[in-house]
Design a binder for this molecule. Structure first.
Ligand SMILES: Nc1ncnc2c1ncn2[C@@H]1O[C@H](COP(=O)(O)OP(=O)(O)OP(=O)(O)O)[C@@H](O)[C@H]1O
Ligand SMILES: [Mg+2]
Length: 482
């Protein structure tokens, strides 16, 4: 197992990994639920993180997309709750999970319910924006063991006195870096500052920027850092293809690609493989959905500008096969686990490298393989260079991690500016998070040996081309999941 475990100086060694659920000393009811879910053995992050969490320590957990992080924190969370004195009406929950989007919170709640289905009377509730408060209020007031929430709505309930933190002894932040990006830090801080002592805190993500480590330093107590494989890089389970275009060609090329795949599949009696198309803006998601439907490709649009009902309907049309294509903004980039997604298309590349990592990770999950196609223009040269470097490192087996996050992006902006102004000593090299990025196209026909993954590039990265303006990285079109 390619696992790195770091403990703070002067603290006890971490509990060693356990490679079988049977040996984890879990409650018999949870074991029944694991069997029911048909998980034969723990994934590496589960094998390492579950025993450490069960030992009561704080954990900063990082492992690639689709590697089972949800169960890595949900299983010990249920175990923890089962060990607490019974919950009474009016009590707050034992465990709180915070996640950046409503659908991700729903997915986590479902997972928590899966591992507590044999524990009679065990209650889990979900508290997210965009839905009626009164039902959530009733659930909270009746007393629940676990509350899964988006941070803004949780704070609303706390302010209204619908629940309290008095019995919380476990807090989990899933996709902590995204929550910071979305500006949820004040809400997270408010929760963390008002927790009883002692309590246990866990942070999980596939990308671990420096800001999260800073948050960890503030709120985690001597955390054990568990990292599985290469951190903050796209999964090697996905064959990644880059295609250079000009903006005006993108939509035609997308239609061509999807129609070709559809007719190819139909030749063999199949249908278009499930595809997620990522776009930059909400309005564009709607436009592309309409266009694809007109072209005979059934598509649904998923973004923060739609009502909660519309969002859920779109996701359901996609998961049930009514629509083979989901056109989405970055609100779908994190955590969503939809079985059968074969292809991720970046019609527009994201601005940040970590968003690329998460988007691509919507396929190639749980040991399956997938494909990603990214259209790029001269504006994206900087990000394309990062992607190529990451793929080269994957091929070379380096457990190299990009420094991602706001601090890294500030450095990145400086590097981009220097690059644009021709101030960089070597125009084809730019420093990102202390790492030299080689901006050329030498990885054109690279094949990833780790899996079926391959990188092909239909055009040059354009060494001298200016990168996009990263200053508007937090533009007004951001999805909002309060
Ligand atoms: N031990 C296991 N055995 C088999 N399948 C598993 C196991 N653990 C998790 N899975 C499956 O793997 C898939 C991915 O899990 P999960 O969504 O937790 O990944 P993740 O690491 O949180 O990814 P992301 O970084 O994208 O959020 C899910 O469909 C889940 O049911
Ligand atoms: Mg996840």
């Amino acid at each position: 197992m390619d696992v790195t475990v770091e403990v703070p100086p002067g603290t006890e060694e971490a509990t060693p990994p356990i490679e079988s659920f049977d040996d984890m000393m879990l409650d018999a009811k949870i074991m029944m639920d694991i069997k029911f879910k048909e998980y034969d053995k723990p994934t590496p992050i589960q094998a390492q993180a579950i025993p450490i969490i069960c030992s009561g320590r704080d954990v900063l957990g990082c492992a690639e997309t689709g590697s089972g992080k949800t169960a890595a924190f949900s299983i010990p969370m249920i175990q923890h709750c089962l060990q607490q004195p019974e919950i009474k009406r009016g009590d707050g929950p034992f465990a709180i999970v915070m996640a950046p989007t409503r659908e991700l919170a729903q997915q986590i709640e479902k997972e928590a319910k899966t591992f507590s289905r044999s524990s009679k009377g065990f209650k889990t509730t979900i508290v997210v924006g965009g839905t009626n408060m009164s039902e959530q209020k009733m659930d909270l007031r009746n007393g629940v063991e676990v509350c899964v929430a988006t941070p803004g709505r949780l704070i609303d309930h706390l302010h209204q006195g619908n629940t309290n933190l008095a019995r919380v002894s476990l807090v989990i932040l899933d996709e902590a870096d995204r929550m910071l990006d979305m500006g949820f830090e004040p809400q997270i801080r408010e929760v963390m500052m008002n927790l009883p002592t002692p309590h246990q805190t866990l942070l999980f993500s596939a990308t671990m920027p420096v800001e999260v480590e800073a948050l960890a330093a503030d709120y985690l107590n001597k955390p054990v850092k568990v990292k599985v494989g290469a951190v903050s890089v796209p999964t090697s389970n996905v064959a990644q293809h880059l295609e250079k275009l000009v903006d005006a060609q993108k939509v035609d090329r997308l239609c061509e690609l999807l129609l070709e795949e559809k007719s190819e599949a139909e030749k063999f009696g199949g249908t278009l493989p499930m595809t997620v198309v990522f776009v930059e803006r909400k309005a564009r998601a709607d436009e592309i959905m309409t266009l694809l439907n007109e072209e005979g490709v059934a598509a649904a649009a998923f973004h923060g500008g739609r009502s909660q009902q519309e969002r859920e309907a779109a996701l359901s049309d996609f998961t049930t096969g009514k629509c083979a294509v989901l056109v989405a903004t970055d609100v779908a980039a994190r955590g969503l686990d939809v079985k059968g997604v074969m292809h991720v298309v970046n019609l527009d590349l994201p601005r940040m490298f970590e968003d690329y990592v998460h988007r691509v990770g919507r396929t190639g999950r749980a040991g399956m393989t997938g494909r990603a196609t990214s259209f790029y223009t001269d504006r994206d040269s900087f990000l394309v260079a990062q992607i190529k470097r990451a793929l080269q490192d994957l091929e070379n087996g380096n457990a190299f991690a990009f420094a991602t996050g706001k601090e890294a992006r500030a450095k990145e902006r400086e590097a981009q500016k220097a690059w644009r102004e021709g101030r960089a000593a070597e125009p084809e090299q730019a420093a990102v998070g202390g790492v030299d990025i080689i901006v050329d196209d030498k990885f054109k026909h690279m094949k990833l040996s780790a899996s079926t993954a391959s990188l092909t590039s239909a055009g040059g990265a354009g060494a001298a081309a200016p990168a996009g303006n990263a200053d508007d990285a937090f533009g007004s079109d951001d999805d909002d999941d309060w």
